[in-house]
Design a protein around this ligand. Sequence first.
Ligand code: ADE
Ligand code: ZN
Length: 334
Amino acid sequence: MQTFIEKMPKAELHVHLEGTLEPEMSFALAAKNGVSLKHDTPESLIAAYDFVDLSSFLAIYYQAMHVLVDEDDFYQLCYAYLKKASSQNTVYAELFFDPQAHTSRGVSFDTVISGIHKAQLDAEKDLGIKSQLILCFLRDMSAESAMEHLTLAAPYLDWLVGVGLDSDERNNPPIKFAEVFAKAKRMGLKLTMHCDVNQLNTLDHIEQCVNLIEVDRIDHGVNSLESKMLCELIAQKQLGLTVCPVSNQFVVQSLTVNEIKSMLEQDMLVTINSDDPAYFRAYLNENLYALQEVGNFNKAEIVTLVGNAFKVAWIDDAQKADYLTQLNHYVQQH
Ligand code: ADE
Ligand code: ZN
């Protein structure tokens, strides 16, 4: 089964580029940019990754970003992720990035997006992996700041496929960003938002995403299972859910295997993703291995999960059909 998963053509729809910053790269960039780190070695840094909830993870995640300073740093970050993903036979990826986490430190929007964009072009040319970019707003910052960053993004619209919403969900409901997301939609961007697992008022947040913001996908969204009405709406609107099992295990001490099975049973378009693989020490393949081992997912279930990612990817119908044909060929041969 591991070889079957490893060699399968796959898509990843929920990965934060800043969450792919491996400790070795942190140390190299820190030395280059004269940034001091709290730890002496990559190993001791990893040993300090003892997240127990979303807040404890986010504190370490934002602190680590200080090593990213110039365009080439963002290039290296993105190229390294795409190389790793390609080595795992991920053929298509949609990448989140958090511009406010950089502009707030004095790094320009242009620096961030130009480095990432160049890496996307080079990785496609060198490795054949295709990718698109999703600008995430930090929900613990103001709606005005989000709007300012949407304005900053306007000249780069061709480099973006959508907008998302991440960071600390407490007291930061989707409705806070209704105007920004409405404007992004008018600009032709796709919409998604995080509804992290077991957050305060999660069912209200999921309902706002579906009915008020009218998102195209939901990131995580596992708690929707607590509401029959929400499950039916999500299935009927064919909204993709980008679930991240190993990330969930860190934050809520469960791989949410039963929840993922239940979503499959209800024909909800659930997909498997890595979220912040450098921190949770698991890329897409390791997330799928964990599901298979712990949840006894069979081949057909794994194929459905991987197929769902191509179905709810933000690509045109012809591209979807191509990827799904590639997946079907693979399954028939194995
Ligand atoms: N930023 C990076 N990863 C995140 C997650 N899982 N939830 C919220 N914000 C994030
Ligand atoms: Zn996430």
